[in-house]
Design a protein. Structure first.
Length: 318
């Protein structure tokens, strides 16, 4: 007989951790510090077979999730919007830290979210490097836009800053490649991904760091996880437009430009793109379908440990 979980909801903020257990009214508060996290983990371990449910809070949950992972306590980090929609559906509109913790525990008991494998410190560091790369690119773009209207000393100052940012970006890119090469598992994935026409180091690194499920899910699941799977909008006689939403926005953003490149240089994606346009599909719809196709291909490649050359010779992988 399968062991029944105790569902624990933890509302995470910058300063505190509010913990509620499903079926119990009490809410306990711990500090969101190293000692407070240790006490939280110790309290949860005393409960027995517990599944912890937390919201993604922009980084404040990472230290607690890592500590729970070290203690082998399963953790489900869920979308805040999904939890809020659940609370509204139950008629619970009030919002405090204690109420949020209880709702998370109740959400866990009702929905049974699947615990995700927690990233180790190396993976977390790789994600931070990728995030920093995005920040530097955004700052370079912003400064170049300002440079167009700057004069005199200000122009010199902005030019110097752009030069410094570009040197920093080059350093980040070098660090990123070194991180990938230092890990045999990441290096193998990277080599397989980089064999695909259109996929460069940025998308490959993003898939390695932010999509660890690649190769372990089927094509429909991986497309839904990233947010490139169309969902029906039908009711009665109405037939609405299919649309994609949700998923991992950072992976989707990293996938977009390589897919555009692939529509020109990857023979499989190029054929699909041309066929969709010929059928009258809008360009954005065709690009999204190509993103899904490219994701499906790399998912199969990682699953079967096959390179692009092998895949391109086969007609069975779709």
């Amino acid at each position: 007989m399968e062991e029944e979980h105790i569902y624990v909801g933890i509302d995470v903020s910058k300063e505190a951790l509010d913990l509620a257990v499903h079926g119990r009214h009490e809410v306990r508060r711990f500090a969101n510090t190293t000692s407070g996290i240790d006490k939280t983990v110790g309290h949860i371990r005393l409960l027995g077979s517990a599944l912890v449910v937390m919201e993604a809070t922009g980084g404040y949950e990472i230290s607690l999730a890592a500590a729970l992972g070290d203690a082998r306590v399963p953790v489900a980090i869920v979308n805040p919007r999904q939890v809020r929609d659940y609370a509204r559906s139950m008629g619970k509109l009030a919002k405090t830290d204690a109420i949020d913790a209880r709702i998370l525990a109740e959400f866990g008991a009702s929905v049974h979210p699947q615990p995700r494998p927690l990233a180790d410190n190396k993976t977390l560091e790789l994600r931070e490097i990728l995030a920093r790369r995005v920040q530097l690119n955004e700052m370079i773009t912003a400064e170049k836009n300002r440079l167009q209207h700057a004069r005199g000393l200000l122009r010199e100052h902005i030019s110097a800053h752009i030069e410094w940012l570009e040197e920093s970006l080059a350093g980040i890119n070098s660090t990123l490649r070194r991180f990938i090469k230092d890990s045999p598992m990441w290096r193998e994935k990277d080599n397989l991904l980089r064999s695909v026409p259109g996929i460069g180091p940025v998308l490959s690194s993003t898939l390695v760091a932010d999509l660890p499920e690649l190769g372990s899910l089927n094509r429909k699941q991986i497309a839904a996880l990233v947010g490139v799977a169309p969902f029906n909008r039908d009711s009665g006689n109405m037939r609405g437009k299919r649309s994609c939403w949700g998923g991992r926005a950072n992976v989707r953003a990293a996938l977009y430009m390589p897919t555009l490149v692939a529509t020109r240089f990857n023979p499989v994606i190029k054929r699909l793109y041309g066929r969709l346009l010929k059928a009258g599909k809008a360009k954005k719809v065709a690009i999204t379908a190509c993103m899904r196709k490219l994701l499906t291909i790399v998912n199969a490649m990682i699953k079967h440990h096959t390179s692009w050359q092998y895949v391109s010779e086969q007609s069975t992988i779709s």
